[in-house]
Structure formats: structure tokens, C-alpha cells
Design a binder for this molecule. Structure first.
Ligand code: MG
Length: 304
């Protein structure tokens, strides 16, 4: 019989009877893979990329906890949600499972309805995650946040800053004469340069609350909640220097130092009720325009 959904489940249990039972419960709906040991589970997880794993804890060679730990350490498998299956009713095991990154647990003996419901819940969450990915919150070329994602985060951080009476700093940046570069070296080389510049930004946007975004063609933004004006200015200067001296690989693999520079507008605010994020962005943009007008390759902040 063909499963009714496209999702797949890997069932891991050292006892054949359990494997058979879970397989029987789930195979009508999902593609099911099984593994009888931890080692087999790790290799199947890597090779089959299941959408969900049901993982037994008590196994002779390698415990489910060890399997879980290894799954979470491997970039190929770390995002696969894991439901731990335990005969142990101690909440310690559930806690340990959660702390290692499991998303849920099921206790033995199995109740068919519960197994089905738990699995269905996690498949629904997967659906939502994939929808978000499909809607696209990142720029495909540079992998930075795209404009849509930036707008969403700005709105969120703005509300938080009003509530906490906290600072927000923003850098708006534009590569100087990028069009000339693109015309001279071609679009492929232009894309390489954009990716390299994006990496410089990602490396500098080190704090987890910072958000580096590609706002348009050669225009980038860096949103830094909690960063004061002095530090924002220092970060902008560092970006300007790093972009000005970055080495950009050429299409044929040899390296060149680019002659590209960047202009940056910097703005900092402690927003209060009725302040508009739009005005804040426009003022930052004015700083960027002023940097361009003053001869490019410079930082202009609203302090000056
Ligand atoms: Mg077992």
C-alpha cells in the first residue's frame, strides 16, 4: 500500500516486535525506514534523510541518548526532529532527551492513537517550517536576510526597544560604483564580489541579535539592537576598512585585491511610542546619501 503522505519516518528500536508494531501504525501514512541499532540508525539517518526519527532509548550497543547526541553533532542530520521512545517512565529520561534536542517523547507500551497524533503534530510543524522557507526569508545569492525578513525583524526589534527603552543602531551601506565594476568584469564576477562583501558583513554581525541584510542590488543593511552610537560608528569604520581591503577571488581562481569601496550611513535611536521605523530608515538613508555626496568611501552618522 502506498503511504498517503510524502513524509518519511525512521524508526529505531532494538526489539523486532516494537519495530513491527510501529511500522504497522505508521506505514499507511508515511514512508517508513527501520533500524535495529544505534549504528544502523546513524547511517540510515544520513543516507535516507528521514523527516522524523522515532528513537528508542534502551538499546544494548549504543543508547538512544548517544545516538541523539551524534545526530545533533552531524550537520547532515542535526535538523531532523527526533521523538524519543521510552519504556522508562522516569521524567529524568524525558528531561535528558529534551536537553539533548529531542522534540517530544512517546512512552511504551504504545497507544496507536497517541503515536499517530504525536507524529502528525511534528509533520505539521515541518510543513510550516518549509512554507516559511519557500516564502523565502533569505537572499539566494548572499544568504543574508532579504528585505522582507529585514522589515519583519525591524518591526519586532522596534517594539522591543520601545518596551525596554533600549537603543537600536542601523547601518545602511552601498558599494561604491558597483555598476562600473559589474560592467567591466561582468555579472558573474559582480556576484562573487557581492557574496564576498556579504561574508564581511556576516563576520562583523557577530552578535546573535545583529541582522545583516541585502536590501537591494548592492545595498546592504546591518541592524544592531542594543548597540550605542559610538560602537555603531566604530563597527561602520571597521566594515569600511574590511571591504576596502578584502580579497575577492576571480572567476578563474586567482586572487585580486578589489578597488571597491563602500559608503555607509549610521543612525542610532532609542525609539519611543509613535516613533516610526520608516523615518528612522529614511534618516539613515540620508546619511548614506551624504556619504556618497562627500566623495564616497566614508561613514556619515547623524552625530556629525
Ligand atoms: Mg529497546
Amino acid at each position: 500500500m502506498e503511504p498517503t503522505s510524502n513524509y518519511s519516518v525512521l524508526i529505531v528500536d532494538d526489539e523486532r516486535a516494537n519495530l513491527l508494531l510501529l511500522n504497522q501504525i505508521l506505514s499507511g501514512e508515511y514512508r517508513v525506514f527501520t533500524a535495529k541499532s544505534g549504528a544502523e540508525a546513524l547511517s540510515r539517518a544520513e543516507n535516507e534523510s528521514p523527516d522524523l526519527i522515532l528513537l528508542d532509548i534502551m538499546m544494548p550497543d549504543m543508547s538512544g541518548f548517544d545516538v541523539l547526541k551524534q545526530l545533533k553533532e552531524d550537520p547532515a542530520t542535526q535538523d531532523i526532529p527526533v521523538i524519543i521512545v521510552t519504556g522508562l517512565t522516569g521524567t529524568d529520561d524525558e528531561e535528558k532527551g529534551f536537553s539533548l534536542g529531542a522534540v517530544d517523547y512517546i512512552t511504551k507500551p504504545f497507544k496507536e492513537a497517541i503515536v499517530k497524533a504525536r507524529v502528525k503534530t511534528h509533520m505539521r510543524i515541518l510543513d510550516q517550517i518549509r512554507t516559511l522557507e519557500r516564502l523565502g526569508f533569505s537572499d539566494p545569492l548572499t544568504k543574508l536576510a532579504n528585505r522582507r525578513n529585514f522589515g519583519r525583524r525591524l518591526a519586532l526589534e522596534w517594539r522591543k526597544a520601545i518596551r525596554d527603552r533600549a537603543l537600536i543602531s542601523f547601518l545602511m551601506m552601498d558599494l561604491d560604483k558597483f555598476k562600473n565594476y559589474n560592467d567591466f568584469y561582468g555579472h558573474t564576477q559582480g556576484d562573487i564580489l557581492l557574496k564576498r562583501a556579504a561574508r564581511v558583513l556576516s563576520e562583523i554581525a557577530s552578535s546573535s541579535s545583529d541582522l545583516a541584510a541585502r536590501l537591494g542590488g548592492e545595498e546592504f543593511g546591518l541592524l544592531m539592537p542594543g548597540v550605542n552610537a559610538t560602537n555603531a560608528l566604530a563597527i561602520a569604520e571597521k566594515i569600511r576598512l574590511d571591504i576596502g581591503t578584502m580579497r575577492v577571488p576571480t572567476i578563474d581562481g586567482s586572487k585580486v585585491i578589489t578597488s571597491i569601496t563602500i559608503s555607509i550611513g549610521v543612525n542610532t535611536i532609542t525609539p519611543v511610542k509613535n516613533d516610526s521605523p520608516k523615518d528612522f530608515i529614511s534618516k539613515t538613508y540620508e546619511c548614506l546619501i551624504a556619504a556618497k555626496a562627500a566623495g564616497r568611501n566614508r561613514v556619515v552618522s547623524d552625530l556629525k
